[in-house]
Design a protein around this ligand. Structure first.
Ligand code: S3P
Length: 437
């Protein structure tokens, strides 16, 4: 099969200037979409993610009996199945989306029947053992293909568990909570590093009760079974992981001015703002409100006249910034002191090996960089040149290097630019809108 790949030429910019509102957060849209489809009643969402990943979630939920209507004004209307999935007539195709595959496995593990989940080449390489263990401890049976998808799951009545996640993963946590939602007794997930909590907040918004506690330094989330979810109406906050590309672009240009409103600022995701501040950017949160327990606000960024400084990201920070590390690394050569990234081994099992690809593409642009098994060192004070960038089918690599290209000498060609549409189809258009040339 031939897959068309798109190339994008990115020209250097003089400055970043403007104000934006971004499409809905991918993580929240997956959860709202999946829960609405499973709930009783009709949910309506404004600003639902436009990315292909969330479309994969909705397509799977449609195969399981939900109805999805896209209204003319952009509203996504979902008619839920009331807690009982229909037997799908074909394998459930999760596309490129790890969130879809891992979260849906939890939801289906407690449903009677056999389900096969498949994905594209990238998703079929990603580790699924991490969900097999807890779901089998609950009583489901899962057959993997050498630890990966295709995955065949036999679900049914489960038993509640108390599970400590060996690696920080919101997808694994959600997988267990969605199984626990349908299982008699109390299911608890404990994590040493607190991961994004959109599932806990979304479950509550749909009417489930979820308890959280801090127990001997571990973050514990508990859910009891047999709770019915009820439809909601909500506006999805703008995606801060998409905003990251533009915030990092603005950080590159002394004198830049960028304002983003309607932006999701959930504290488990807004670590990016702390990281950029530590890097030397000036960030102001001008307005903050709460919607369905998610914080939403307006963020303004300016870069200091002397340029951004130096920073280190390791430990819990690395886990919390995992999706933003490629773009932080991509702007680091232009900083004064560079970046040191450690404890980010998970980057190697994302949509691509993001450590290897970030390092290779930085080198293609003429940067000096040292690769480590769990991170990299990118010295500051470097000048990069335009180059041919291989996105490797990874949306965040395509976007991160489009940002690095803004300060390079000469033009940069992004190969595989179409992958940006996995999370952010509007990326190139919005980048052109704020880049002054
Ligand atoms: C996500 C969790 C993270 C993140 C991914 C989205 C989520 O993955 O990298 O982009 O929506 O729960 P892990 O759970 O594998 O850490």
């Amino acid at each position: 099969m031939h897959t068309a790949t798109e190339e994008r030429l990115i020209q250097p910019a003089r400055n970043i200037f403007g104000s934006l509102r971004l499409p809905g957060d991918k993580s929240i849209s997956h959860r709202y979409g999946m829960l609405a489809a499973f709930a009783r009643g009709v949910s309506r969402f404004q600003n639902f993610s436009t990315g292909a990943d969330c479309a994969s979630t909705l397509a799977c939920m449609t195969q399981l009996g939900a109805r999805v209507n896209r209204l003319e004004d952009g509203t996504v209307e979902i008619v839920g199945i009331g807690g009982q999935v229909h037997a799908p007539d074909a394998p459930l195709d999760c596309g490129n989306s790890g969130s879809t595959m891992r979260m849906l496995s939890g939801l289906l593990a407690a449903q009677h029947g056999q389900f096969t989940l498949i994905g594209d080449a990238s998703l079929s390489r990603r580790p699924m053992e991490r969900i097999r263990k807890p779901l089998e401890a609950m009583g489901a049976s899962i057959a993997l293909t050498e630890g990966h998808a295709p995955l065949t799951l036999r679900g049914g009545a489960l038993r509640a568990i108390d599970f400590t996640t060996p690696i920080p993963s919101a997808q694994v946590k959600t997988c267990i909570l969605l199984a626990g939602l349908q299982t008699a007794g109390m299911t608890t997930v404990r994590e040493a590093i607190r991961t994004r909590d959109h599932s806990e907040l979304a479950l509550r918004a749909f009417g489930a009760s979820v308890e959280r506690s801090l127990d001997q330094g571990m973050n514990a989330v508990s859910i009891s079974g047999s709770q019915l979810l009820n439809a909601i109406d909500a506006t999805v906050p703008g995606d801060i992981s998409s905003a990251a590309f533009f915030l990092c672009a603005a950080a590159l240009f002394p004198g830049s001015q960028l304002l983003i409103d309607g932006l999701g600022l959930n504290p488990t995701r807004a670590t990016l703002l702390d990281a950029l501040t530590a890097f030397g950017a000036q960030i102001a949160v001008l307005h903050l409100e709460e919607k369905n327990s998610e914080l939403v606000g307006t963020v303004q960024i300016t870069a200091p006249t002397e340029g951004i400084g130096a920073t280190e990201i390791s430990g819990a920070l690395a886990a919390q910034l995992i999706d933003e590390l490629p773009v932080l690394a991509a702007i680091a050569p232009y900083s004064r002191g560079g970046i040191r990234i450690r404890d980010a081994k998970e980057l190697r099992v994302k949509e691509s090996d993001r450590i290897a690809l970030t390092v290779a593409n930085l080198r293609a642009m003429g940067a000096e960089v040292t690769e480590h098994e769990d991170g990299m060192d990118v010295p500051g004070g470097q000048s990069l040149h335009g180059a041919i960038i291989e996105a490797g089918g990874d949306h965040r690599i395509a976007m991160a290097f489009s940002v690095a290209a803004l300060r390079a000498s000469g033009d940069t060609l992004i190969r595989g630019a179409e992958s940006a549409a996995i999370s952010f189809p509007e990326f190139f258009q919005m980048l052109d809108f704020i880049a002054e040339r």
